[in-house]
Design a protein around this ligand. Structure first.
Ligand code: SAH
Ligand code: SF4
Length: 387
């Protein structure tokens, strides 16, 4: 007897899951060398071949071996038979009134990640994700209410840049201010320092001079305070560091940023003081979410400047971005300004981050959740209307 078919539980595997050919995106130069050696590339050609393919993938953005016109036909065929150059699929792209773009990408396994592009007058910042969900549970962050699905691979992390460059038609442009994507922030979904190896490998690719060629000073990694990994990030990535500080006493920080129960403020600040190359031109950014009545008093502002005294720093004040059911309220504007004044008078730059892309739920701490919510309500509507 044949088993009954229940169509709603059948998951159709995605093409990228079925295709077993290794994806070249995300492999280091050494890994590429090894991969090319395995398909019979002569030893003395390896370095040149890697350079050529690297340039096509990361400088020109090609996605087909056929387009790699300086490679012999035979080598191109050999590559195509053994490898693929596949980016995650763009599921949706939303463009806000203020020009912010939010992409929802589908990665292997059918999971989805969000990437946000924020254009500004003198630069453009791409906010990328490092994990699907997050294991930490900061109560003001909507990503924190979602379980961790998995770490993203180096290829999936660097692909977020490739996809945005495709969309912004940015291939082949020289590095620097004039690029639409001039800066990268690891401030999307997830805790980058719980996925340090893959984040490092992806950022080393982004920094490579013969590829995307982003200076390490244009890459900022934001962490909630994974102290041992901060030390590694400094040594192995060397990018700029942002700390999600958010509170000035261990009592309050234990609640707002629960990793504080493991790594207390004093230990975190010591890791900051030890971060390599700290100077006025390479400052640490302290992110501070402004939560009404929780962490926004004058006393907090004064404690904050005292705590970080001596660290070359800027304090980024982030007005809380609420989400349905969130247990906090955004501090009012006067409060935020009063707090900023105290920090400023102590000699620290204290920009107040303007929420961007609010109409498309692209602001800090709103990622992924919005999409899930939309999908849920679409499902609910379908149930209600019987469609
Ligand atoms: N996990 C990392 C990076 C991602 S979060 C970290 O915590 O640093 C990027 C920034 O957005 C962090 O400073 C985070 O605390 C902040 N954030 C999260 N939810 C927010 C919200 N609802 N409103 C404002 N900022 C938020
Ligand atoms: Fe995770 Fe960062 Fe959100 Fe905390 S603020 S839950 S560490 S993504």
């Amino acid at each position: 007897m044949t088993a009954p078919i229940t169509p709603d539980v059948i998951t159709i595997p995605r093409k990228q899951d079925l295709d077993a050919k290794p994806n070249l995106i995300g492999l280091s130069r050494d890994a590429l060398k090894a991969a090319f050696a395995e398909i019979g590339t002569p030893e003395k050609q390896l370095k040149m071949r890697v350079n050529q393919v690297w340039g096509w993938i990361y400088q020109k953005g090609v996605t087909s071996f056929d387009d790699m016109t300086n490679l012999s036909k035979d080598f191109r065929t050999n590559l195509a038979e053994n490898f693929q150059i596949t980016r995650p699929e763009i599921v949706t792209r939303q463009i806000s009134n203020d020009g912010t773009r939010k992409y929802l990408l589908r990665v292997a396994g059918g999971h989805e990640v969000e990437v946000v592009y924020i254009p500004e007058t003198n630069r453009g910042t791409l906010c990328i994700s490092s994990q699907i969900g997050c294991t930490l549970t900061c109560p003001f962050c909507h990503t924190g209410t979602q379980k961790l699905v998995r770490n993203l691979t180096a290829g999936e992390i660097v692909s977020q840049i490739l996809v945005a460059r495709d969309d912004l038609e940015e291939w082949g442009k020289p590095a620097g201010d004039k690029r639409l994507i001039s800066n990268i922030v690891l401030m999307g979904m997830g805790e980058p320092l719980y996925n340090t190896d893959n984040v490092r490998d992806a950022m080393l690719i982004a920094m490579d001079n013969e590829g995307i060629s982003l200076s390490r000073r244009r890459i900022t990694l934001s962490t909630s305070g994974v102290v041992p990994e901060i030390i590694r990030a400094g040594a192995e990535i060397g990018c700029m560091l942002a700390i999600s500080f958010h509170a000035t006493t261990d009592d309050v920080r234990d609640k707002l940023v629960p990793i504080n129960r493991k790594h207390k403020i004093a230990e975190l600040l010591q890791a900051c003081r030890d971060y390599p190359r700290l100077s006025n031109s390479e400052r640490i950014t302290f992110e501070y979410v402004m939560l009404d009545g929780v962490n926004d008093s004058d006393a907090d502002a004064r404690r904050l400047v005292k705590l970080i005294s001596g660290i070359p720093a800027k304090i980024n004040l982030i007005p809380f971005n609420p989400w349905p059911g969130s247990p906090y309220k955004r501090s009012n504007w006067d409060r935020i300004e009063a707090f900023a004044d105290i920090v400023n008078e102590a000699g620290y730059a204290s920009p107040i981050r303007t929420p961007r892309g609010e109409d498309i739920m692209a602001a800090c701490g709103q990622l992924k959740s919005a999409t899930e919510r939309q999908r849920k309500s679409a499902k609910k509507i379908a149930q209600e209307t019987g469609t």
